[in-house]
Design a protein around this ligand. Structure first.
Ligand SMILES: Cc1ncc(COP(=O)(O)O)c(C=O)c1O
Length: 352
């Protein structure tokens, strides 16, 4: 049985060009700054974002963590959206390791306003932590892959900077936003102090993320990365596919967005499945399956029996993500599996 894997864009495998680049990569010890391929990737990323410097890290989670550690001191507060990945899915690391506390803003499709930042920021009071950092997630995963516009980022970043805060973007999928809105990544980067982006998601690399920012900040991140065990030796084998990704994998993301819209439009027409088409801006589709008589776990288990892999996003929420391994035919096949097989269980008649 063919398996259609819509769990995440992290399931993408490296391309042949990436594997060839790994085999050819010049290598050295990156902990001492001597891996030529890592250095080339870091220079390329910094240049693309219009920043002074960048750093290869093991994952998006590590990139966000070292950025928070570099911007903040223990006891500080980081303002972020209430369903931010950093709050929801990063094991509480910013509190456990960086010693900061999150302060949450209720967003609208993952975004919020400068006024909300002003309202959330702490005043000058003996009792309060310092509001040190504002974090923005673009695209916003739990909101359904929604995009911030550069103007929205500019507005909240100005509010934060005026209050003496730094601004970090969790841009795990920032290139999806760039492709969806047809903007250069510099249009975001120019307003903020740091950005983390993932190589290992829609860009199809096997491992790795990057942090970009000014040179002093990146040097602090380098030390924090070492502290959390992210100093890697011949990391050129990770950097080599990253260079291929930045050169050739970005514009391709449009196919994933087209497939996500095709998928969402078909799912929306199915009785019992609810979704908000306005959130389908990139490669993520979040559905509410409560009307099918199944919860997310039951729906996913039934899909899996029929070769369709999905991910759980809440008790009745199921997430579907398009990526380089998924064609328009796979999308149509996934919709047929849901209509013809999974919904046989409508009303819970064949509960697993
Ligand atoms: C918005 C966002 N930020 C950060 C991450 C963390 O990336 P990683 O899985 O590489 O740690 C993810 C992963 O899905 C994400 O969606």
């Amino acid at each position: 049985m063919k398996v259609i894997d819509l769990r995440s864009d992290t399931v993408t495998l490296p391309t042949k060009e990436m594997m060839d680049a790994i085999a050819r990569a010049g290598l050295g010890d990156d902990v001492t700054g001597n891996d030529p391929t890592v250095n080339a990737l870091q220079e390329k990323a910094a240049m693309m974002f219009g920043k002074e410097s960048s750093l290869l890290v093991t994952s998006g989670t590590q990139g966000n963590l070292v950025s928070v550690m570099a911007h903040c001191r223990p006891g500080d507060e980081v303002i972020m959206e209430s369903e931010a990945h950093m709050y929801y899915y990063e094991v509480g690391n910013i509190s456990a390791i960086a010693g900061v506390i999150p302060r949450l803003i209720k967003g609208d499709h993952g975004t919020f306003t400068g006024q909300q930042v002003q309202d959330a920021a702490r005043g000058d009071d003996l009792h309060f932590p310092e509001s040190r950092l504002l974090e923005i997630e673009n695209t916003h995963n739990r909101a359904g892959g929604t995009c911030w516009t550069p103007a929205q980022v500019a507005e909240v970043a100005k509010a934060a900077h005026d209050l003496g805060m730094k601004v970090h973007i969790d841009g795990a999928r920032i290139f999806n936003a760039c492709v969806a809105l047809d903007v250069d990544v510099k249009a975001y980067a120019r307003h903020v102090d740091s950005i983390q982006f993932c190589l290992s998601k829609g860009l199809s690399c096997p491992v790795g993320s990057m942090v970009v920012g000014d040179a002093d900040f990146i040097e602090v991140c380098r030390k924090k990365r070492k502290m959390v065990g992210g100093g890697m030796r011949q990391a050129g084998i990770i950097a080599a596919p990253g260079i291929v990704a930045l050169d050739s994998m970005i514009t391709r993301l449009k196919e994933d967005h087209d497939n996500a819209r095709r998928l969402a439009a078909a799912l929306e027409a199915i009785d019992g499945i609810k979704l908000d088409m306005s959130t389908v801006q990139t490669n993520i589709v979040v559905t509410d399956v409560s009307g099918t008589g199944m919860n997310a776990e039951e729906f996913m288990a039934e899909a899996k029996k029929n070769g369709l892999l999905l991910s759980d996003f809440g008790p009745y929420q199921v997430r579907l993500v398009t990526h380089r391994g998924i064609t328009a035919e796979d999308v149509d096949c996934a919709v047929s599996i849901i209509e013809d097989k999974v919904l046989r269980c409508k009303g819970g008649a064949c509960k697993i």
